[in-house]
Write a protein that binds this ligand. Structure first.
Ligand SMILES: [Zn+2]
Length: 199
């Protein structure tokens, strides 16, 4: 098998995870939260798709939901029941997230075009990974952030933002958000509005 640049970093990858799963009234899919290692509120700056619309307060921390469908291949396999689909997607998402944690690199400016400042040592776990605000020159004008941004392995979702949601999800297919409703009666109007604003 061909070597990957991230291979040396992925040592001692047997990590015990604590997940909180909230069952929703049908037809909605369950929601998932990673309690340990904690999925921090600030990851959203550089992480694929935390669900800030599903933010909860738990044990004194604000934790976004995991967007297990839209941040992966996004497929609702009709041969599987929703719980199996959910657990399947959740397992893949969590494994990818552990790789993301171990492959993070510190960038000044938004990755991948920002300046690379630091890489992790093999197996190193970050204690403080809050993005920092850096003032350069005139502090009123130049604000740069340092981000720890990791590698998200495997295929990226075909549908991961309003434009691709609208392109790949039919109006009568299930919505990407896990509500169990059809796309047209859930996020489609909102995605259309967001796309219109961004143009
Ligand atoms: Zn939706």
């Amino acid at each position: 098998m061909k070597a990957h640049w991230a291979d040396p970093l992925l040592v001692n990858m047997t990590v015990r995870c604590r997940l909180l799963i909230l069952i929703q009234p049908l037809p909605a899919h369950p929601r998932a939260y990673l309690l340990d290692p904690l999925f921090a509120e600030h990851y959203g700056l550089v992480h694929p798709h935390p669900r800030y619309d599903q933010l909860i307060e738990y044990e004194g921390k604000r934790i976004p939901g995991l967007c297990i469908y839209s941040a992966s291949e996004f497929e609702y396999d009709p041969r599987r029941d929703d719980i199996s689909k959910f657990l399947n997607q959740l397992t893949i998402y969590t494994a990818r997230h552990l790789v993301w944690l171990r492959t993070r690199q510190l960038f000044r400016g938004f990755p991948p075009n920002g300046v690379l400042l630091r890489v992790l040592l093999p197996g190193e776990t970050l204690i403080n990974d809050m993005p920092s605000v850096v003032f350069a020159g005139d502090p009123r004008r130049m604000i740069m952030l340092d981000y720890w941004s990791g590698y998200w392995p495997g295929p990226t979702a075909r549908a991961f933002n309003p434009a691709t949601h609208l392109k790949f999800i039919g109006p009568n297919q299930q919505c990407w958000c896990g509500s169990g409703s059809t796309y047209k009666s859930c996020h489609r109007p909102l995605d259309k509005a967001k796309l219109a604003i961004s143009r």
